[in-house]
Design a protein around this ligand. Sequence first.
Ligand code: FAD
Length: 393
Amino acid sequence: MNFDTIILGAGAAGLMCAAHCGGRVLLVDHAAAAGEKIRISGGGRCNFTNTGCEAGNFLSANPHFAKSALARYTPWDFVSLVSDHGIAWHEKTLGQLFCDGSARQIVAMLTGMVADAGAVLRLSTSVTGVEALPGGYRVVLETAGKVWTAEAASLVIATGGKSIPKMGATGFAYDIARQFGLEVTETRAGLVPFTFPEGRFADLSGVALPVRATAATGPGFPEALLFTHRGLSGPAVLQVSSYWREGEAVEVDLFPGDDALATLRAARAEAGRRGLARELATMLPARLADAVAAELALPGNLADMSDVVLAQVAERLHRWQVVPGGTEGYRTAEVTLGGVATDGLSSRTMEARAQPGLYFIGECVDVTGWLGGYNFQWAWASAMAAAEGLRGR
Ligand code: FAD
């Protein structure tokens, strides 16, 4: 064995693991640069964690699986790391922590730590085969047309999910899991905009407003919604997309935290000659107010509307039901839902139960976070859990 550990994938989880697992480490990635998703994350500022992170912020067939790793490596542990490296940060909203400067600082911190740990980093290197040996693993690699092999007692798969194939995302981790008899749960695009046939919202493109969006299952998300040429986007929509299933409706409260019926009745009492569109424009962005009023097509002005009619308008605002045609898919999805089934992994170390020395960390595992720094926190925490397991081998 020429290494103790081979880590495939030099993204968030792979870099973190290589920096902490100790021993002779080979870290391999087929991309030309490490941590590319970190670099583009959070609009270039990397939302690197969330101070409110807990297992309830994740989707998984086993909602308990993430608890152990998340409890042992907390958002504050990563904050300490970032601060120790002199990286300034701030809370944007809802516990989301971002770099003041650039996401590149996080990449530089991690690659620096990997170098300090003495790990060997091989970029632009593809993996053409993986096999188990007695007491270890052999990987067949190819760099600039040259085929070579490496052997190690432990193999860590950190190649992420299928989101953004243009950046080199692959289903490699799932193939390796299946090769070694592990189950892979259904994978689909998560944190992704909704699309609608025939540019249904094209006229509203660019309109944004605070809403509360809820899928048929899962929590409600009080965040912003954005109308786009192709459909609906914005944080609230990305969040519910992870819970949405084809054919289901999404419910959107367009007037969250307020009582639309009381507002409309008060307006009728004070300014009964006002038209509905004009009144709605005090409650919603003007273009959306026009569209809602046109769709409701109610005759007369506010004074002509009974409580029953106003209740219908309020219902339309608080419980707008919309059935997306689909999503933009892996092309723009921030994450991949599903993945390597947690049943086959130790929640303490991320090691495959039936395949000693084989570990899966990060997004390839069936643990997917909400929008807001949770996915990086899972990458860091699962990597640290594996690093601890590797140090103890
Ligand atoms: P990745 O970081 O994707 O790393 C996987 C690595 O494996 C890559 O370097 C890839 O090149 C390599 N690889 C893949 N296949 C192979 C193969 N066959 N052979 C060799 N190497 C391979 N999450 C947050 O928490 N906060 C954010 O602000 C945030 N912003 C995001 C913005 C965008 C646009 C996207 C797409 C995602 C964002 N995410 C964010 C999600 C977050 O980036 C991922 O959840 C996280 O990077 C997962 O870490 P990972 O190490 O498991 O996988």
